[in-house]
Design a protein around this ligand. Structure first.
Ligand SMILES: [Fe+2]
Length: 376
């Protein structure tokens, strides 16, 4: 077998493994996370893949994407982009943090042109590690509100998510709910479910409170939630919602799309769990509900910069936004595009009014506060 052929087989094998392992990815599946063991397989033949991809990427007709998203609808969009532009999208899927490590490790040799991951906090980390580059695009600045992209345009929101209070319809009347802060009151003792502080979503919500209410109030909130936790933090957002329905606690702090995912599940038990909880948008009379994004960046060492920008522009277009957001039951970032029927049924809400760049700026301080109050 010729060396070239061997390399190609390696590349195909690695690609197949990547696709298989991608199902777990960064975003949790509705119920059973199975990703841990599998993702490691991806590492094995990396050097071989890199040399093969290097040959391919000299072709101007490609854009190479690292993404923690793994939805069928995304792939349909990539195909549509190829149809419209002739640019082929090569996709490497994986867990967000592992892809970030890989991008860092590969340095200037990376083939990744575009990086897509969840949370402005993660995107800010990429920027801090100098793995992104500034993009000057009128299309992107027109399609994406200022607060949903980096101050220096080194990353851009693609979808928007809300972190809300999910409550048991059996045991909680929504009239009892008001703000995130109110969940620290004694009446909620041992009733609040929320995941670990190691999770970026919680770091980002606390980072937002530092910005809006000051550090002291943010710390007080974190301490008050620890006081009222129904159990030690464990699992992801879906696990908190499941625990509400199981009666372990009465309210959970969760991103809305996890409830959407349960409601759209093919498993009737999951649908039932989704139906047994309500969504409450907190802080409507005060600072607004915490929002975050998943987003994209052009990598620092992108070889196909123009294609990368075209690709991200396409994902923010009216044509693509509905489908892209719908893939994960999220809100479009492009204000011209309507949310899905399900999201619309939860109603409109007042959002926190902060520039999401702040979530990165305040991240380290948020982690410190969590440690100080003993939030595991
Ligand atoms: Fe998520």
């Amino acid at each position: 077998m010729s060396k070239a052929l061997k390399l190609m087989l390696f590349a195909l094998l690695a690609l197949a493994l990547t696709v298989v392992t991608a199902c777990g990815a960064n975003e949790e599946p509705a119920v059973e996370p199975t990703e841990e063991a599998e993702v490691e397989v991806e590492e094995q033949d990396e050097s071989e893949v890199a040399s093969e991809e290097a040959t391919e990427s000299e072709d101007a007709g490609v854009v190479n994407l690292y993404t923690s998203r793994h939805y069928d609808t995304d792939r349909e969009l990539y195909d549509r982009f190829t149809e419209e532009t002739g640019i082929v999208v090569n996709v490497v899927e994986g867990k967000g943090d592992e892809l970030m490590e890989r991008l860092d490790r590969e340095g200037p040799a990376t083939e990744a042109d575009v990086f897509i991951t969840a949370d402005a906090g993660n995107l800010a980390r990429l920027k801090e590690k100098e793995l992104t580059q500034a993009v000057d695009s009128e299309v992107l600045t027109a399609n994406i509100p200022d607060k949903l992209r980096d101050d220096d345009n080194e990353w851009f929101g693609l979808t928007k998510r809300a972190r809300v209070i999910v409550y048991s319809k059996d045991r909680v009347d929504p009239s009892e709910l008001s703000t995130y802060e109110a969940l620290t009151e004694p009446e909620w003792k041992e009733r609040v479910l929320i995941r670990s502080s190691e999770n970026i979503y919680n770091q980002s919500i606390l980072a937002s409170f530092i910005e809006l209410n000051g550090e002291e109030a943010a710390k007080e909130w974190a301490a008050g939630i620890v006081e009222n936790m129904a159990r030690e933090p464990q699992g992801g957002d879906t696990d908190q919602v499941v625990a509400v329905v199981a009666g372990e606690g009465d309210v959970a702090i969760s991103n809305t799309y996890y409830v959407g995912r349960l409601l759209n599940s093919e498993n009737p038990e999951e649908v039932k769990i989704g139906e047994d909880v309500g969504i409450f948008f907190p802080n409507q009379d005060t600072t607004g509900t915490h929002i975050n994004i998943s987003g994209a960046a052009v990598t620092k060492h992108a070889k196909n910069v123009e294609n990368a920008i075209k690709f991200i522009e396409f994902l923010t277009s009216e044509e693509a936004q509905f489908v892209f957001a719908e893939g994960n039951n999220e809100y479009p970032v492009n204000p011209k595009v309507e949310p899905t029927e399900l999201l619309a049924s939860w109603g409109e809400f007042k959002e926190q009014d902060i520039d999401l760049t702040i979530l990165g700026t305040n991240n380290a301080r948020a982690i410190q506060l969590f440690n100080e109050v003993g939030w595991k």
